[in-house]
Design a protein around this ligand. Sequence first.
Ligand SMILES: NC(=O)C1=CN([C@@H]2O[C@H](COP(=O)(O)OP(=O)(O)OC[C@H]3O[C@@H](n4cnc5c(N)ncnc54)[C@H](O)[C@@H]3O)[C@@H](O)[C@H]2O)[C@@H](O)CC1
Ligand SMILES: Nc1ncnc2c1ncn2[C@@H]1O[C@H](COP(=O)(O)OP(=O)(O)O)[C@@H](O)[C@H]1O
Length: 288
Amino acid sequence: MAEHWSAQQLAGALPPLNPLANKYIRGHLHVVAGCSRYPGAAALCAAAGQRAGAGYTSVACSPEAVALVRAFRPSLVASSWDDWNWNAVAAAPRHPAAAVVGPGFDGEDDTCCRLALESLTEAATPLLLDGGALRALATPYGLARAQARGRAQRGPLVLTPHGGEAGALARATGIDDASPAETAPALARAFGAIVAVKGPTTFISDGQRLVEVNEGTAALAKAGTGDVLAGIIGALLAQGAEPFAAAVLGCTLHAWAGNSAAASHGLRSVVPEDVIEALPDAFKQLEG
Ligand SMILES: NC(=O)C1=CN([C@@H]2O[C@H](COP(=O)(O)OP(=O)(O)OC[C@H]3O[C@@H](n4cnc5c(N)ncnc54)[C@H](O)[C@@H]3O)[C@@H](O)[C@H]2O)[C@@H](O)CC1
Ligand SMILES: Nc1ncnc2c1ncn2[C@@H]1O[C@H](COP(=O)(O)OP(=O)(O)O)[C@@H](O)[C@H]1O
């Protein structure tokens, strides 16, 4: 039976904001995303991360995506992943950080698969894998790399599959076809991760606990809203939120922002950019 978090539990999950913090102390979100086919996903994910409180948001993306990300938000620090390496992704005692890898990855593309698999060994921060990175993970080799990350204690791992991606991950690990409420804990145990299986109701598990978030809206059923969710959870991780709490809180804020966007723009007309711009309403709801 899935648990449902109270307003008090959700508010308690939000890392406090230090009024004396600089942008690095606030938390650095590294977004590795956006192949030439899906550059927009990198922009959506990173912009959502900024609205969700990351102090510094950098984007490593395909060379073709750099101009789009910069033009979408000049405050995003974008560079080509050809001129970038994992040394950039590190946390220091007073400089928390997290990485989101995979929005706008093409799961068939060699560079995307390499970056997704490398992230498991190289990212010494909390790591969230989404989108095409989950396709790279959905192989026996991907499973072994995820398990090795757990043994090496490189940092918490969060996976945010939609139904199709959860099915591929389950097939790769020999998990039987099951409901999302059963698949989330089974995947969490197999990959040693926190897993959010997304849908009209999203189920989040670390293998022991199971929480459901069912406050969203059909307005969120639009291409790109998953990229927004990845940026929100990534930003909470970058600000030092406890990883399971970051996943539950991130999914809830995303749902609330969807409701706020639907109230302003109507159920049919909401686009993922509206959900990003409605995030301040979701934070006010949380803190109010
Ligand atoms: N603006 C952009 O650049 C966008 C880029 N995107 C990126 O596009 C890449 C491919 O993602 P897609 O999800 O489109 O394609 P996928 O190749 O992952 O999914 C397609 C397959 O999964 C199934 N599927 C998709 N969504 C499902 C759901 N919610 N429940 C059950 N089954 C589902 C489909 O039926 C299909 O068989 C990802 O890297 C993603 O981040 C998308 O997020 C859309 C927006
Ligand atoms: N009918 C719905 N009701 C509530 N939330 C939904 C609904 N449909 C989709 N969502 C939410 O929208 C997001 C879609 O993510 P995803 O399928 O990964 O999109 P994309 O890959 O296009 O970015 C998820 O967070 C999911 O929970």
